[in-house]
Write a protein that binds this ligand. Structure first.
Ligand code: NAD
Length: 288
């Protein structure tokens, strides 16, 4: 009787694992990287394994699972990885997890807001909007979502997530590191671009509450923050006056992202709220 979290060594997976353990669940944490969550009382089982390897421990864990959170994947829109790597980890691994999970077992899969291709003219992206995925990452997440069609699965589309443990390739992490080292902060496109930023603690709380509600759901706040505001928060949190270096953005990066949160509010009765400065301070205090 256990809850599986795939990608448990990652930014969201670790936060979700820790939350589920705090709520009293027995968690089977699966990742090909070592998992840093710890428990002395046997409530946590760690399986260091690739989801596409034929590991018997993984197969048995899925047979016994009472719910499955599939967060493993290869995020990031900018990094260059080996050919087919993103497809492998986002689509093929997702397909394997769907095959391993018994029908009827509550399941949540992490897609991404990138499938929308950005908010059009400042209008929040709604779950029923036509998808306009741009770039390999967004296309792989759209393909992952198609695999879920006809299954009783909760597909979540998180917008930008921030807080302690943020991935090292993400903007706030990079800017905090640059500000501390008195290096210029690299900004893609323009300071006026906006992002809907959600606190990692609230993102994983939403996931824990949403599992068991099949369908597609945005995870965001419905409020945009400009990159200018984000940089001001980094300056404040680090006590620095950073120099900004604006460089051209990739065509795959939308100017703005913004979640329509009505479905989330209907399902849960609440939506995440972000106090940007508090969140950036917390991330800065947690260290790299
Ligand atoms: P992350 O890179 O920190 O964690 C992903 C984890 O998955 C890694 O630890 C990696 O080792 C593991 N993994 C990947 N492929 C695997 C495989 N084949 N077998 C075993 N382990 C594998 O990423 P994150 O930021 O925590 O994101 C988690 C999920 O949420 C991803 O699917 C991502 O696309 C999605 N998402 C994240 C954000 C965000 O802002 N962080 C936004 C939208 C969607």
């Amino acid at each position: 009787m256990a809850t599986i979290v795939t990608g448990a060594a990652g930014f969201l997976g670790k936060a979700l694992t820790d939350l589920l353990l705090a709520r009293g669940d027995h968690v089977v944490a699966i990742d090909r990287r070592p998992v840093s969550s710890e428990r002395a009382d046997g409530a946590l089982t760690v399986l260091v394994a690739d989801l596409l390897g034929d590991d018997e421990r993984v197969r048995e864990a899925f047979k016994a699972a009472t719910s499955v959170f599939h967060l493993a994947g290869r995020p990031g829109v900018r990094d260059v990885i080996e050919a087919g790597g993103r497809w492998r980890d986002n689509v093929l691994a997702g397909s394997r997890v769907l095959a391993l999970t018994s029908p009827g077992t509550p399941m949540l899969i992490a897609s991404s807001s990138s499938v929308y291709g950005g908010a059009r003219r400042g209008r929040p992206s709604h779950e029923d909007d036509r998808l306009r995925p741009r770039g390999e990452y967004a296309l792989s997440k759209a393909a992952l979502e198609r695999l879920c069609a006809g299954r009783q699965v909760t597909v979540v589309r998180p917008f930008t997530v921030a807080g302690e443990g943020q991935r090292p390739d993400m903007a706030l992490h990079l800017w905090l590191a640059a500000a501390r080292a008195h290096r210029p902060l690299r900004v893609y496109g323009s300071l006026d671009r906006t992002r809907d930023i959600t606190d990692v603690r609230q993102v994983v709380a939403v996931m824990a509450d949403l599992i068991g509600h099949p369908g597609v759901v945005n995870i965001g706040t419905g409020q945009g923050h400009s990159l200018r505001e984000m940089i001001a928060a980094v300056a404040e949190a680090t006590g620095t006056r950073p120099v900004v270096d604006v460089v051209p953005a990739s065509v795959h990066e939308p100017a703005d992202s913004l979640a329509d949160t009505r479905r989330l509010a209907d399902l849960l009765g609440w939506v995440p709220r972000t106090n940007l400065l508090d969140l950036v301070r917390r991330q800065a205090d947690a260290g790299p």
